[in-house]
Design a protein around this ligand. Sequence first.
Ligand code: ATP
Ligand code: MG
Length: 600
Amino acid sequence: MKPLKWFYSFLKQYRALILLGLFLTTVISALSIVNPYLSGIIVDDVIQAGNYDLLPRLIICLLAVTLMTSALRFLYQLVFETASQGLLYDMRSTVYRKLLEEDFTFYNKKRTGDLMSRQTGDMEAIRHFMAYDIYAVYQNVLLFAFALLMIFTISTKLALCMLVVLPFTAIATFRQSKEVKPAFQRNRNCFSSLNAFVQENISGNRVVKAFAKEDYEKEKFRIENDRFKEAQIRGSRVWMKYVPIFEILSYALTVILMLYGGYMVILEEITMGDLVRVNGYLWMLNTPLRMAGWWVNDIQNFITSVEKIYSTYSEEPRVRTPRFSWNHGDTFAYPHEKLRGNVEFKNVSYSADGEDIVKDISFRVKAGQTVGIIGSTGSGKSTLMNLLCRFYDITSGEVLVDGRDVRQLDLYSLRDNIGMAMQDVFLFSDTIEGNIAYGRPDCSFDRVKKAAIMADANHFISALPEGYDTIVGERGVGLSGGQKQRISLARALLKDPAILILDDTTSAVDMETESYIQNQLKNIKQDCTVFIVAYRISSIRDADQILVMDKGHIIEHGTHDELVAAGGYYAKTFHNQYGEIPYDLMGKNAPESRTTLHQA
Ligand code: ATP
Ligand code: MG
């Protein structure tokens, strides 16, 4: 019941509108009984009794009711459409806001296509329910009740006779609803899966082409497509099976009326006008019977969609700003503030899925220092940086920034103080200026340009026909790997952060560009703490301290000179890249996993 309760929390705000809509629906339903009633009078009093002077008045009444019904119908559709669009707007925003709050762990296990389906197909099912099903079901229940009441006033026997079909309809509706729910769930899952597949393939189309795997992907798509088609057909079969039953039940009413009603006219128990009237009410009894199956479908579809959206929505992020009860009520642990950039890792370990990724990491960095991190691939360098940004929470130990545990800092404040150029560069489909200014959208163009100059990106951007206004494709398509890295670096620099993290940021640029960037980095504010993760010794040799990582451990720690003198893994790497130190100096300190970083 929780998903429906959650849905009701959105519905609540539109209660007044919906009640107005339902009121209008009630009026329309009541008006619907007028015209058949007047038709009965025309037959009895005008045609049979010859009171022709009644006719103009009756026709004016008929026309007036028809016009009024049309006007009200327009109004209630407007009301339900407004309420449904408003509710969907709120729901989409709430779900999207929650998606933004979700942590890395959430996104690691979710498929983009599935999440997209929640925001599109599932939302549409809810909108359809709100804009159509609510009033349709309500209106038809009313019509059915009013019509039955009118028939009762004409003849109780005839009305009771017509009620015979009701239990059969109830049984059919109940059975259909039981069958249709799993069919809809299957349908939605297949839709999601197809969506996710297409999304992944479009994003990864370059890999597909590079490996000439078009046929393989076509086949995989065919399987997904077949599965979706099958699910659709199976779902359709459920209601198709019931359509004839509902149709037969609704025709049964016509047959009952013609046979029993006609017989009653012959016996003069009812008049010809009564028969015409009941015939006029027949559609009001028929429609709910014929449509019951559809509505059961729609309602099940709606419930399935709410459940699916809610199951995504209700996943709580594990990484979030703590709330402590200080003074009066809830406040954030530490409010938004500018950090200085002192960093300390104290016996930090982190494991995911039962596997240790980094173990017992300890080091201390003073504000303004530069730290180089080097190590074999998969040794945990990026993980270390992710823990500093608190993308994941550590399993044990403490990560301190300015002496405070990151778990006690306001999450947005912490990340706002960190400028990160990630290893996996992501650019938005926006202008280059927009991408660089992403962290500080209000800054001047001069600052954007200054950041680009520092990242050695200005000259290639200026050489583009549209310069900084060039729109880069999704994920930065249209730029080279090194160009993307430099834009990402400019984006991080522009934030003017207390802590700058460059994760493999210069791996795709040539040595000359790298050395230029390093000189520029030296010019940035003295109190900015810089972490440089790199494979090349040249990227980190001037750092105040260097961490060498292997299999989640820090195996060496010191300055360049100290580490070279120590003759360990770092020295060996240095030799391999610079060819200055004989192999035998490396000795037994070399880690087992890799002979050299360079080879790795
Ligand atoms: P590279 O130099 O290739 O970038 P790295 O040193 O940055 O490597 P990490 O990305 O930190 O390596 O990954 C360290 C190890 O942790 C890898 O074995 C990786 O498979 C694993 N790992 C990383 N993130 C996760 C995660 N979210 N869940 C489980 N395992 C992870
Ligand atoms: Mg990495």
